[in-house]
Design a protein around this ligand. Structure first.
Ligand code: PAF
Length: 286
């Protein structure tokens, strides 16, 4: 498909189109920030675009539902695909949108050999062993096609952010990784494309995740024992959800908190019916 323009926003469907667009901008001395997404855009994505605008002259968003990061029994087919609504939101906000199909991204098929290291094997990597492989793979491919100066990711997917930072370092990519804070509904629920799967009642129940994580943080800052607090928080979570994991870890390494820990991250994943919710809170050790 040919590239098209909507209100000065360039739509690119093929790798060569987006690579040329960014090359032209670079030749003109402009810097480029990139926000990779799977669509289903919400305020969280818009906050990442705002950061991208502050960091570079031009902003590109990609919309690609990446099959490599979905497991066999997961929601690849039902994942929210809202392209028209997404483009309406992006029209007034970004300079270019990259909308590749699977053949553009994986011309030789999906490789299964991305090394995500230890940081990608714990927490979500344990429950969803394919997930970070798929994410690291697609982000590296997208970076190779788009060649941005800066890329912006949400802290809502905190472990993903660390896996991507590690991939960029390991592959010696000259791309600055920026991150944006989790954007929440008034109820405290972290915004996510998958929240569309929740019924009204489930959306209310889901607010308990952030409430319980916030209380866990509050109690850690009172210098109470993390192990004991964790057990209490797990007990609370189990009143509402099927617990996948809950951890309070060093935010830089995702290892156990030590005397050298400056920042803590509390991370959790829970199931509410068939919907898997993740959330986290990052804070300075008191
Ligand atoms: O966070 C997401 O939306 C996806 O995991 C990403 C980074 C766009 C890769 O497909």
């Amino acid at each position: 498909m040919n590239s098209t323009v909507i209100n000065a926003m360039q739509l690119c469907y093929q790798n060569t189109q987006i690579t040329k667009l960014v090359n032209d901008w670079h030749t003109q001395g402009k810097t480029v920030a990139f926000v990779p997404t799977m669509g289903g855009l919400h305020q969280g994505h818009l906050s990442l675009i705002d950061i991208a605008k502050q960091k570079a002259d031009k902003v590109i968003v990609s919309i690609f539902v990446n099959p490599a990061q979905f497991g066999k029994n997961e929601d690849l087919d039902s994942y929210p695909r809202t392209l028209n609504a997404d483009l309406t939101v992006l029209e007034v906000n970004v300079d270019g949108v990259f909308i590749p199909d699977v053949k553009q991204i994986y011309p030789k098929g999906i490789s299964k050999h991305t090394d995500v290291g230890k940081i990608g094997q714990i927490l979500c990597g344990k429950t969803r062993p394919h997930f970070f492989n798929g994410v690291a793979q697609v982000v590296e491919i997208l970076f190779g096609i788009v060649r941005p100066d800066v890329a912006v990711f949400g802290q809502k997917d905190y472990q993903q952010l660390l896996v991507i930072k590690q991939m960029v370092k390991n592959s010696s990519l000259d791309i600055c990784i920026e991150s944006g804070e989790t954007i929440r509904e008034k109820s405290g629920l972290a915004m996510s494309a998958r929240n569309q799967y929740l019924s009204e009642n489930e959306a209310k129940i889901a607010t308990n995740l952030y409430r319980i994580l916030s209380y866990f943080k509050h109690e850690i800052l009172q210098n109470k024992k993390v192990d004991v607090l964790k057990q209490l928080a797990e007990f609370d979570l189990k009143q509402y959800f099927k617990l996948d994991y809950l951890e309070a870890l060093d935010a830089n390494t995702l290892r156990q908190i030590t005397g050298n820990t400056h920042q803590i991250v509390i991370l959790s994943a829970v199931f509410l019916g068939s919907v898997r919710l993740i959330d986290n809170i990052i804070f300075k050790k008191g």
